[in-house]
Design a protein around this ligand. Structure first.
Ligand code: NCD
Length: 362
């Protein structure tokens, strides 16, 4: 498979250029629950074979029983013919019990645990207030080979919001990596050049996810022509030099960089509000955006590694069978998805995108 299936340069002159890769996985999604789950799940399930499902529900998914029940609700909400597989996570708190973590992992209920510094982002208030105190949990995870997925932002409101990831990496992430030398760590939704370098320096057991939006917007985009609430997420997009570093990392082919959309739907009313919720709904346009970036960077031959191989290898899972074909054929992205009497605005929704989704083969 891999580069053998890259047709772009071999197709007849009148054929639509395309790229075919093993079916990809999304290593960071927010599927929510109830009506929102029903509305957004088909978009992720259409694009991806598996996804790591974030546990920041209200209340958060903190026990094996809660993860089992949430997984069952996701499966029940899937379209009948879907073979999508949700990979569950546990939400770490100050009171997480290492035995519960191990039980859920050994029983195959969850794959990883998510560390939200308390107050860092949407529904993180029950998160961890002092990472050092989590040592018994992290030691157990290290011993059983279970990965911790980290939202890497400092929570001190006095720290400039654009510096919070950098502050966290220095004050928390580096010491964590040093304290737990064998722990598998995923830095979620990296947004800076320095984070990418830190991950590279620990690539024997660290990795990071990179979102589609952080590859195509920078912090100025959020203020282009006025305030753009649908581009506001956490970590907030950074300067242009960081966006370029993220594009270089994602398209490098290095095994420590993997696809993770951080698709985070919020109803329009929560976004276009006096106090806008953080999160970009990128689930419906994710692959179209990623493949466009790889095309622009002349790296289509490395797209499969980023989208379909690196994450599976990191988590010790088999790579997917089957393929998906992406076509360099313009299509206008769906503008919004209805949820009850409201809607959720799609990232790049309503725009003509140069790439579209073609055949999916199981
Ligand atoms: N990315 C976001 O801005 N929001 C996410 C939470 C998160 O991953 O930070 C959400 O759940 O809405």
């Amino acid at each position: 498979m891999s580069t053998d299936t890259l047709f772009a340069s071999r197709a007849p002159a009148d054929a639509v250029p395309s790229v075919t890769i093993r079916r990809p996985d999304d290593w960071h999604v927010h599927l929510r629950d109830g009506a929102m789950l029903e509305a957004v799940l088909p978009f992720t399930a259409n694009q991806f074979r598996r996804a790591i499902v974030m546990p920041n529900l209200v209340p958060p998914v903190t026990t094996v029983a809660m993860a089992q029940s949430y997984r069952a609700r996701i499966l029940a909400a899937l379209p009948g013919d879907s073979d999508f597989e949700p990979l569950m996570t546990c939400y770490l708190t100050d009171h997480t019990d290492p035995d519960e973590i191990e039980r859920g992992y050994r029983d195959g209920v969850w794959l990883a645990a998510k560390l939200y510094p308390a107050g860092a982002t949407t529904n993180s208030h029950a998160g961890v207030t002092d990472i050092a105190k989590l040592a018994p949990v992290l030691e157990r995870m290290e011993r059983i080979g279970m990965a911790v997925l980290v939202h890497g932002e400092a929570t001190d409101p006095a720290i400039d919001i654009f510096d919070r990831e950098a502050a966290f990496m220095q004050a928390e992430m580096l010491p964590l990596l040093q304290r737990h030398e064998g722990l598998k760590v995923v830095v979620e939704h990296a947004t800076t050049a320095e984070t990418v370098d830190l991950v590279r320096a620990h690539a024997d057991r660290a990795a990071c996810t990179i979102t589609p939006h952080h590859l195509v917007i920078n912090r100025t985009s959020i203020f282009q022509g006025g305030l753009r609430p649908h581009l506001y997420c956490l970590p907030v997009a950074k300067r242009e030099r960081h966006r370029l570093a993220l594009r270089a990392a994602a398209t490098s082919g290095e095994a420590c960089f993997m696809l993770g959309t951080d698709t985070a739907p919020h109803r329009r009313g929560a976004k276009e509000a006096e106090c806008c919720s953080a999160g970009v709904f990128g689930g419906a346009t994710a692959l179209q955006t990623y493949v466009q970036v790889f095309d622009e960077e002349g790296a289509l031959d490395r797209f499969e590694a980023f989208a379909s191989l690196n994450g599976a290898r990191f988590h010790g899972l088999p790579v997917n069978e089957g393929t998906i074909t992406l076509l360099k054929k313009p299509a206008t992205a769906l503008a919004a998805v209805s949820v009850e009497d409201e809607d959720v605005v799609v990232f790049r929704g309503g725009e003509p995108l140069p790439w579209s989704i073609g055949d999916v083969r199981a």
